[in-house]
Design a protein around this ligand. Sequence first.
Ligand SMILES: [Zn+2]
Length: 410
Amino acid sequence: MEPEINSKRLKTLLDGINAFGRVKHGGFNRTGFSDADMAVRDWFAREMEADGLIVGRDGANSVFGRYGSADAPAIMVGSHLDTVVSGGAFDGALGVAVALECVRAMKEAGFAPAHPIEVAATSEEEGRFGGMLGSQTIAGLVTRDWLESAADADGVLLTDAMRAQGLEPKAILSSARPKGSVRAFLELHIEQGPVLEREAIAIGLPEGATGIVNLHVRLTGIANHSGTTPMDMRADAFAGLAEIAVQIPDMIAASGSDDARITIGKVELVPNHPHTIPGEAVFTVIIRDAREDVMRGLQARITEVAGAVARKHGLSLYIEENSFIAPVAFDASLIDMLEAEARRLGLPARRMISGAGHDAQTMTALCPSAMIFVPSRNGISHAPEEHSDWADIEKGAQLMLAALIRLSAG
Ligand SMILES: [Zn+2]
């Protein structure tokens, strides 16, 4: 008997997860270390115990359920159970539910894996405290300094939030999995973008996740009366900003790639008054691409353009790199295997790049990792409207099951 995904059982499991943190007017609140987040983990652990898995937790309160040998290196599969505030029903929860359904399907068919399979429900992926705590803990990337200083947007310390739930934060520092103890990590996740839906393809295979350069830019001109200052005698900081912004498509065309994105998402004008020429424009520029050399090329290009625009408008320019997150490549042979399995199952799949952050990219620090994306309706995520069609979810789950059978067969 071949293991097969039981769609009804999978849906019941996802509904079970989403019984926790449900908000009356729509959406779900299971932010990291909230009461709902704690409760869903207890429930999920009990589900896995009832399935006869070897269930445990680590210092970050990620929950694990192992099918097969207790100590041999495992193939880990899963995603996160926490949500953003007013999050949707699929982000994270779907990947956890699919992981356990794959194991249930194997058990039901009497399939005994040569390499154990470990279902993982990671904690605090959505970054309430500014990281991806669950997968960073597994991969051994959490430092003592960060752990002690991490706080949420309301100033609540991570250590206090954990202690309030009876958890000891220091346990995080001794929860790293040893190198070699995880053979591979696979994560099914919703795309959170519009590409798969637009192309009517059920499965996306991310080759990597984009990196991020965060630039802080200030253009300084002269604030002055909007009526008395002739147009040719102004040093208008907003005019400079606008001229930079309008050149973004050309910069991408000249120095970017299909995956490149440049966004000016936060702008402050000084003094920001209708009758005053803006004397200062302070703004962010976020550059994303899947390749570091492309990101650096775009950074050089925007610096050059901003310099030329500043000279033209009589402005002074200050530009500083706030942060840099390197792009991550998923494991090429895992992607090839997923693509081959999709072809064998007759499931149309498309390689792509993930524009959002996921546990799988953190896990590349520990073991070969890869992902399966399923389409998001209208590309919407992190909102109550988040939705994926059940027909697509079934295809993604079938592919995950096939991949786990391949990887665990020895
Ligand atoms: Zn997610």
